[in-house]
Design a protein around this ligand. Structure first.
Ligand SMILES: CC(C)(COP(=O)(O)OP(=O)(O)OC[C@H]1O[C@@H](n2cnc3c(N)ncnc32)[C@H](O)[C@@H]1OP(=O)(O)O)[C@@H](O)C(=O)NCCC(=O)NCCS
Length: 402
């Protein structure tokens, strides 16, 4: 089995192989596949080729920027288009592609990669851990009355306008960019995607309504892309630079006539929206799931890159079985900055690199993984110290689909 990099000339065979591997591409009508896949970076693709010359597997990566706790932006390989033909499964083709790809990511100087997993059991073995969670919030309209106004509620002095998707591409791109720079766990959406109309709504040109929120000065600071069908209004994504814009857009959706319920997709686990309803039980959380998976490829670089919010020290013994690597690091945080150096001190925590990926953005507490039996704490206080240290300023969230 040969794993080889792709070029632009491989585009058609690459896309055909991905489609065959999936049997279908549920989020991507084949007729529209050209547009969707045209955002692929063919110099980052891999094809697995059988001895008879037949392509049997694919993997690719986008060059994203990921926002870390504290607002640091770092390059991240966004792994995508991973598939192996049904006729060639369970013979190690994916493992060979993953090994190749991780080496390539490192060569480019990226110290982490991210992905969305079609099935949760595939990627742990390659060092990926689920790092952000997301859910869907469903609110029946007849129970959508807002909570009484409380002292802490910011007054919305802005306005909401509905625009046709075709007329607001640039506005959406600018709002998304402001939002993602401030949101840990968020990914950049390259200009090319907006330009091509590739990807999920509202990045795609699919017919959708878009409500745009503007602040008191008329500057767009939020949008909600939505559609209505059979009495349900579904908001694909609500992107807001601040809570006031989010609240105004949510009220807009909940106030829509001729629908009986509103579904907000991709709501972060701790979002205040339910608290803003007179009846907190009116907002039903469903579809709670992992979203972004993170794989660290250089532990000291990754740990020193993110922001930290409590001083402290921790010795981490990190095992990376897939790459056959192991390191013990002293992490020291002072005044929001971390140092991370090799040490032979006694470890506080022993963990697999996939677990470090899960706690890296602050979305899962290390103590949860200690309790789950994934991380080993060498003394009883170590888990609580790790919780305090790894906590993020804002809980991480990602809603980009790729
Ligand atoms: C998922 C997929 C890429 C796996 O490819 P593959 O070449 O069969 O994987 P490998 O043979 O390298 O598997 C390596 C190991 O992972 C396990 N594994 C692979 N896919 C798995 C799955 N879906 N569920 C559970 N285990 C899985 C294998 O059993 C094997 O375990 P072992 O080393 O203990 O024997 C392939 O099944 C596929 O194309 N599926 C449909 C498309 C898809 O879901 N792609 C992923 C998009 S995120």
């Amino acid at each position: 089995m040969e794993i080889r990099p792709t070029t632009d000339e491989d585009f058609e065979v690459f896309v055909a192989t991905v489609h065959t591997a999936f049997g279908q591409f549920p989020e991507t009508p084949v007729a529209d596949g050209g547009r969707w896949w045209s955002a692929l970076e063919m110099d980052r693709g891999l094809l697995a080729v059988a001895p008879d010359g037949k392509p049997v597997g694919t993997a690719a990566a986008y060059s994203f920027e990921l926002t870390l706790p504290g607002g640091t932006l770092v390059p991240a390989a966004g792994v995508t288009a991973v598939g192996v033909l049904p006729s060639h499964r369970r013979r190690g083709v994916l493992s060979a592609m993953m090994r190749h790809q991780l080496a390539e990511v490192r060569e480019r100087g990226e110290f982490l990669s991210v992905l969305l997993a079609s099935e949760a059991r595939i990627y742990g073995r390659y060092g990926y851990g689920p790092a952000t969670l997301t859910a869907r919030l469903t609110v029946p309209r007849h129970r959508a009355e807002p909570a009484e106004r409380r002292d802490g509620a910011a007054e919305d002095t802005g306005s909401v306008e509905v625009l046709p998707r075709a007329d607001c591409g640039e506005i959406l791109e600018a709002v998304y960019d402001r939002y993602r720079r401030a949101q840990p766990g968020a990914l950049s959406r390259p200009h090319r995607w907006w330009d091509l109309g590739a990807g999920q709504p509202p990045v795609s040109r699919a017919p959708r309504y878009v409500a745009v929120h503007r602040d008191a000065d008329g500057v767009a600071d939020g949008y909600a892309g939505y559609s209505t069908e059979s009495g349900t209004l579904t908001v694909d994504e609500t992107i807001a630079v601040g809570d006031a814009a989010f609240t105004a857009l949510a009220r807009y959706a909940l106030g829509h006539d001729l629908v009986s319920q509103v579904v907000f997709r991709h709501v972060p686990p701790e979002h205040p929206l339910r608290w803003q309803l007179a009846d907190i039980r009116a907002g039903e959380v469903g579809g709670h799931t992992d979203w972004l998976w993170v794989r660290l490829l250089d532990v000291p670089r990754a740990l020193t890159a993110r922001g930290w919010f409590t001083d402290g020290e921790l010795v981490l013994d990190v095992d990376d079985p897939f790459l056959g690597e192991h390191g013990r690091y002293l992490l020291t945080v002072r005044d929001g900055r971390a140092e991370c150096v090799a040490t032979d001190r006694r470890p506080d925590l022993s963990l697999d690199v996939r677990d470090l990926g899960s706690v890296y953005l602050g979305g899962t507490r290390p103590s949860t993984l200690v309790r789950a039996g994934h991380i080993r704490a060498h003394d009883p206080a170590a888990a609580a110290r790790a919780d305090a240290l790894f906590a993020s300023d804002l809980s991480p969230h990602c809603l980009h689909w790729f």
